[in-house]
Design a protein. Structure first.
Lengths: 231, 231
DNA sequence: CGGAGGATTGAAGGCTATCAAAGTCCGTGG
DNA sequence: CCACGGACTTTGATAGCCTTCAATCCTCCG
């Protein structure tokens, strides 16, 4: 019996739809590991040695300038695929935001296996295309939106992404959720400073659009207002 | 004889490596068309009806806000693939920056063909992964770099991309090149205003780092300075 | 030559960053 | 149980970068 049999993302990750025999082979190549919150899994500009499926938790993908400025360029949730197959180096670091479980493969093993299994490559292609779409719409946010628009867009995206946690079909955006980001990390996603993020959160609270029960908790009171603020 | 036989990007586009028989099938599905500078090929949020290979010319991928702000989210050069396969809608408009030639396929035909040809899907996957890497490094630029850094990064990228025009292996970055962008389009790539772009260009000229023989021509005088300005 | 669109230049203002300090939360240890 | 320490967050004051608004200047074509 392979550990895949009990995998909670078995039917949503790129492994979905593979035959039992194939799963067994893949399972033999991969191993589970946990990553503590704040712990890195992949380093920017390092050789691309491993790829992984996210089983549980949230991780950030970041790039940095030499002088230490950081930009979060992606966020990986359960069932997402991380790492850079078919390439020599990884262009982004991957660090866990929460305690996380991942299913890790050696990149060379994975590459070889993928080339022999078109169905797997096809799933990976679909995911990569969807991620590219998301990334491009994020570029619009970074390049052309104001701080209030960025914050509103961010909260809406969070409320949509953070519901995709179960096997149930999407049940609409969450009204209340717990951010996997600190204020600094929100700033790193949006291309802002921590002070600006804090001020915008406070303003949304004062305007009665959201409630902030604790540092990480968000409750959306007036979603319509948030949507129209998002620009 | 298929038109592919004379295609100048035949060995660099995703068609590379396909067997003669496969090329013939693909050729029967596709048709060449020209796109005049400024003319759109794909509209944002429209049904994704076609995909294409760029044969000649440069095209921009853009997204816009309701109130008309535009962000260029990608640029397609000869041999690049454009459009959104395996998806219902296209998230970006595609507009020619220069007069362009493209090889167009109906998306449904292409999807069907691709699913039957793993080698083609693999090439598409490699391209998509590379494009995602590039897009992510552009996010860092948009979110964290200053106007002078953005302009310097842009000119360096242009000098690298605009040499990839022939069959010859890369011969290093171009010292002199012709921008396929107006000042407004440069602004739309970098998330700046046209005035800021203009001022930064003038400053680089006054500092002796570049020459600007005409509106579209750029000659890099001091590449080292440009690289260090890029941050 | 003259017009039109794009580009440059200038002046002023606003948005966000920066610098600085106070406040809050939470785990630790007395 | 409560005091303490440290990290994170909020708030305030100021500065500066980039935008906005406006006018002028190219440069390309008819």
């Amino acid at each position: 019996m392979s550990s895949c049999d009990t995998c909670v993302v078995r039917n949503r990750a790129i492994c979905a739809g593979l035959e039992d025999r194939e799963i067994a082979t893949l399972s033999a190549m991969g191993r589970r590991r946990t990553v503590a919150a704040g712990e890195p899994l992949i380093w920017e500009d390092d050789d691309s040695l491993l790829v992984a499926n996210v089983i549980d938790g949230v991780l950030k993908l970041t790039t940095s300038t030499e002088d230490g400025r950081e930009q979060i360029v992606g966020v990986a949730y359960p069932s997402d695929f991380i790492g850079r197959p078919f390439g020599q180096t990884s262009k982004a670091s991957v660090v866990a935001l929460t305690d996380a479980k991942v299913c890790v493969f050696s990149r060379s093993d994975f590459d070889r296996y993928a080339r022999e299994h078109p169905e797997l490559e096809h799933k990976l292609l679909e995911r990569t295309l969807a991620e590219l779409d998301r990334t491009r719409s994020w570029m619009m946010l970074l390049g052309r939106k104001t701080a209030p628009e960025k914050i509103a867009s961010f909260l809406i995206e969070m409320s949509e992404r953070l519901t995709e946690t179960g096997c149930a079909p999407t049940l609409g955006p969450a009204r209340r959720f717990s951010l996997p980001f600190s204020r600094q990390q929100v700033a790193d996603v949006l291309g802002l400073t921590i002070e600006t993020v804090s001020r915008q959160f406070t303003k949304l609270k004062n305007d009665g659009i959201v409630e902030l029960p604790s540092r990480r908790e968000v409750e959306i009171i007036n979603r319509g207002a948030l949507v129209s603020l998002a620009g």
